[in-house]
Design a protein around this ligand. Structure first.
Ligand code: G3P
Ligand code: CA
Length: 355
């Protein structure tokens, strides 16, 4: 947990996050003017870390305990809502979107790092190669920052469906990554390789880490994807061969048809419809015989949460990256979040755990 705290604190010193800091300083009142004074003063690393620790509790009120001699006591209502937030944070399942955001996305280094930082689940995306291997990538084509076998930048889009997995492995997608720390020589992984890499990894609570596997699929793009029956069978084979316990897995897609096909093929795993809008979301989940939905965070409202929870569904929104959105999701009582900002949630959990 200490390492997470440190990495989260360092992440907060980045300029874009400091903009977030500006925004949250107003609504957060811990009873001392210190955060603002520190923030406006000389930004030594120590002061920045102290500042970010103070504001990064997402309003959980957790600093009250830390500075009790200087801070007027919070009204009872505030204290109880802080405790409720900590309860929600305690149960909150953290899904690291495409792995950890300080490594090249959807690569094993990003997944390993996501586990190191404290994610409960690693979210990743699937594509299918020309020789029907299940590979891990967000788009139907190589990232533009991959290099070819001669170390040259790509001059045009390279589609996975036109290449065998052996050919895909000739590209280096870590040496010139525009996202996060470089990971020289790293290749696009297969799903089977990810299962092997994370098989024995555990969360900060000592539970086996999970995978949230998004099947990217568009039936109107047959040039990029096999038909649903083939796609589902390929994925199911790899997932079954992994030997992972079903409790460690969530299979999600925007395409409900591919999830229905998985179920029809006997998938005994937890499925989740990705919802750009929540209309029909309960019916979709019931049709899939599942207990989880993954909606866009903008669709999560008090009524939505109440209806979905009453229907026995867990709600895990994507992709919650801003402080204000994180606060709103926690206050609404979501069951998990898919996020690029592990630091935001983990530092808050840390302070709640110390209360
Ligand atoms: O987990 C859902 C989220 O990842 C969907 O968006 O484009 O990042 O795959 P995208
Ligand atoms: Ca995804």
């Amino acid at each position: 947990m200490k390492a997470d705290l440190e990495s989260a604190a360092i992440a907060w010193t980045r300029p874009s996050l400091n903009r977030g800091l500006d925004r949250v300083l107003g609504p957060f009142t811990f009873g001392v003017g210190t955060p603002m004074l520190v923030y406006q003063g000389e930004r030594t690393m120590i002061l920045r870390i102290f500042s970010c620790l103070m504001i990064a509790c997402l309003g959980a009120g957790c600093m009250t305990a830390q500075v009790s001699s200087e801070v007027p006591r919070q009204p009872a209502a505030n204290r109880s809502s802080a405790l409720q937030r900590c309860d929600i944070l305690d149960r909150l399942e953290i899904h690291a979107h495409r792995g950890s955001n300080d490594r090249p996305e959807n690569m094993i280094s990003a997944f390993e790092r996501g586990v190191d930082r404290g994610a409960d689940f690693i979210e990743l995306d699937l594509q299918i190669s020309k020789d029907n291997q299940v590979i891990v990538a967000h788009d139907a084509f190589l990232r533009s920052d991959c290099l070819d076998s001669r170390g040259k930048s790509l001059s045009s889009q390279v589609f996975f469906r036109n290449l065998s997995v052996t050919e895909i492995k000739t590209f280096d997608c870590g040496s010139a990554s525009k996202i996060g720390r470089l990971s020289p020589g790293e290749k696009v992984p297969t799903l089977a390789e990810v299962f092997r890499a994370l098989k024995d990894r555990v969360t900060l609570q000592g539970k086996p880490v999970g995978l949230n596997i998004e099947l990217k699929y568009n039936p109107s793009q047959p040039q990029f994807y096999p038909d649903r029956q083939t796609y589902a069978a390929l994925v199911l084979k790899v997932v079954r061969e992994s030997g992972w316990d079903p409790s460690r897995l969530l299979l999600q897609s925007f395409d409900v048809g591919i999830l229905e096909t998985l179920r029809a093929q006997g998938a005994e795993y937890r499925l989740s419809p990705l919802l750009s809008e929540v209309k029909d979301g309960i019916a979709k989940a019931k049709g899939l015989r599942t207990d989880t939905v993954t909606p866009h965070y903008g669709q999560v409202t008090p009524e939505m949460i109440e209806n979905f929870h009453r229907a026995g569904l867990r709600v895990i929104p994507w992709t919650v990256n801003e402080v204000d959105d994180a606060k709103r999701m926690i206050d609404l009582g979501v069951d998990g979040v898919i996020t690029d900002r592990l630091d935001l949630f983990l530092i808050s959990k840390y302070f709640c755990a110390k209360k």
